[in-house]
Design a protein around this ligand. Sequence first.
Ligand code: GTP
Ligand code: IMP
Ligand code: MG
Length: 336
Amino acid sequence: MVTILVGGQWGDEGKGKIISYLCLRDRPDIIARAGVGPNAGHTVIYKGKKYPLRLTPSGFINEKARLLIGAGVLINPDVILDEIKTLGIKERIGIDRRCGIIEEDHLTRDRKSGHLSGTIGSTGTGCGPANIDRANRSLKLACDIEPLKPYLTDVPLEINTALERGKKVIVEGSQGFGLSLFYGSYPYVTSKDTSAGMAAVDVGIGPRKIEDVIVVFKSYPSRVGAGPFPTLMTDDEAEKLGIAEYGTVTGRKRRSGHFDFEMARYSAMVNSASQIALTCLDYVDRDVRGIKSYNRLSKKAKDFVDEVEKKVGVPVTIISTGPDMEETIDLRNEKI
Ligand code: GTP
Ligand code: IMP
Ligand code: MG
């Protein structure tokens, strides 16, 4: 059984938090990372410790799961080797031998380009230039890099074999729908599509095998880098609501805005969402911070959940009321 989880807005919706919850709660056998590459920064907070992850699947805190990185994901060897060491996951991580490799030259081109780092506001992590080289068929792959050799594997083969044996697989995307190269606010987007279909391709799973698609929406969306934000609020308003955020990878200030129902509906449609995970409900009402049961939510918070569900047309099954993995309300047994 395969569940894909992707971001429904401009990234940083809290995918890391939701994935880590699902991976501890549902005990998948495999957790596979899809998405663009180390431009992502997922924050996992577990037992009071904070893990800012760039390439490692956010479900790594489930110590029994096999961790895989699909061929569609770009690898910066320094970043992944450092995470493997720091997190102590060398026995259970597998990197597809066809992952594209980010080298120093890609970082330089990304950071020095007035177009990418200037106009678009890229993360400077080399992803755009590496995907350019991939399309040009001049990019190195993971199988060309000596220190990665102990971790190389065939991700589609591992996943599809596990599925035949009835195992559970969770695929995690990165970035968000509004940053999709195809469906986002072009040219202010990342260097690849970011929807659930692409996440399946990234790890080598065909469309007939996907059971569930969970799209993560943040109650007050945020956006880093340039590009349109129709429901943007002023800095003052964001400060007053206490929701100002800074980027995990770049440290840049994230712009914040009100929930955009029209965008969410479109995003749920293209992703074929079967469930919504709604994060940062504590931004809607401070009093619900850390609450773990739906019945204890305030009327204001419940009304917002209902409004999202009605206007987007997809059930809200998981609600996050704080950054810690445990600050979660799980409605899946009641709604599906
Ligand atoms: P990308 O892959 O970079 O798009 O990141 P992401 O979706 O994993 O999100 P990221 O961790 O970058 O940003 C989300 C921020 O919100 C982090 O600082 C989280 O710790 C925090 N967060 C997640 N859920 C909640 C929540 O329910 N309430 C609050 N207050 N913070 C949350
Ligand atoms: P790039 O992916 O580094 O080329 O950046 C292109 C655009 O996507 C910029 O606006 C970035 O800020 C944004 N972006 C890329 N990755 C993320 C992410 O993980 N979270 C939020 N924004 C991102
Ligand atoms: Mg992030």
